[in-house]
Design a binder for this molecule. Structure first.
Ligand SMILES: O=c1[nH]c(=O)c2[nH]c(=O)[nH]c2[nH]1
Length: 298
């Protein structure tokens, strides 16, 4: 044979596993991206296509989600050690397992209330602004993107239209997560007006946005969006208009029944696409809409 097989490995990459553990009303989140790479006696599958030594990559994915339930995720290291040991010790042809894990850090959204199930991703957002001046008047649009937030309860979605293509199951307790992109327009347009305190305004908008997200018992992301917008308009007198583009970052409950495990709203698969995209403007009553519909062009 003029060729021989060199280094090889296989497995399921980028398993997006999210766990919620509940301590009464206080929830804890772990959010990992887990990639499995296995090596061993894999000559036959490459040379002849015999799968006799091949544990399917689909199984490696299932193992990641099942282990999240069975062992919990104490730390990424601990979780990875469990997985790697399992593949090497349970499968004779597998001699080496490499587990790579990225962990996304979250912090709690602090609210005056009791509920502790709202989180904002660390690293947080990019702040944006656009200033336009024609020699007479100003238009100031400020905003943010990539402010990722999650509520691990107090979100439902049901009572929607059902046609012959509808398969979605109604839910009375789901994760609601989104990455907020927003622009807001200041009513400061003239040098004769007193200029807003831009720094204080930004902090206020962000705080009210986060609190409204955390405090809204949500029946849809549309309802949450409107609550966030109206809270900002009500609390920030310097702003007349705010627009949001909110991807609905779906978290699907993983079916662990085939492995004899009950998933009591603990282990989720975080899907990155496709995603629902919910967009709307909230205006101070009587004000004209001026923020462009498509925020990506801003
Ligand atoms: O909050 C939601 N709004 C929707 O319009 C929608 N559509 C869907 O499939 N899931 C959801 N969730």
């Amino acid at each position: 044979m003029p060729t021989i097989l060199g280094q090889n490995q296989y497995g399921k990459a980028e398993n997006r596993v999210v766990t919620i553990t509940r301590d009464g009303a206080t929830h804890h989140i772990k959010d990992l991206n887990v990639s499995v790479a296995l090596s061993g006696d894999m000559e036959d599958v490459h040379y002849n296509g015999s799968n006799a030594n091949v544990l399917p990559t689909d199984t490696t994915k299932n193992t990641v989600f099942a282990f999240a339930k069975e062992h919990g995720i104490e730390s990424a290291e601990q979780f990875g050690i469990h997985l790697a040991r399992h593949f090497v010790t349970s499968q004779e042809p597998i001699h080496r397992a490499r587990i790579r894990i990225e962990e996304y850090a979250w912090e709690r959204i602090e609210t005056p209330g009791e509920a502790k199930h709202s989180f904002v991703r660390k690293g947080q957002e990019t702040r944006l602004t656009q200033l336009t001046y024609d020699g007479e008047s100003w238009e100031v649009l400020s905003g943010l993107k990539d402010l990722t937030v999650l509520n691990s309860t107090d979100s439902e979605f049901w009572g929607y239209v059902k046609d012959r293509y509808t398969t979605l199951k109604e839910t009375h307790d789901r994760i609601l997560a989104t990455s907020v992109s927003s622009r807001w327009r200041f009513n400061w347009t003239d040098d004769a007006q007193e200029m807003p305190d831009w720094e204080a305004s930004y902090a206020r908008v962000k705080q009210h946005m986060l609190r409204a997200f955390a405090e809204t018992y949500s029946l849809s992301l549309q309802q949450t969006l409107y609550q966030m917008g109206s809270r900002v308009i009500e609390e920030c007198a310097e702003i007349d208009e705010i627009r949001f583009s909110l991807p609905n970052s779906h978290h699907f409950l993983v079916d662990l029944e085939p492995f004899g495990l009950k998933n009591d709203n603990e282990v989720y698969f975080a899907s990155d696409r496709p995603y629902g995209l919910i967009e709307a403007t909230v205006l101070r009553d009587g004000c004209e809409p001026r923020i462009p519909v498509d925020l990506t062009n801003l």
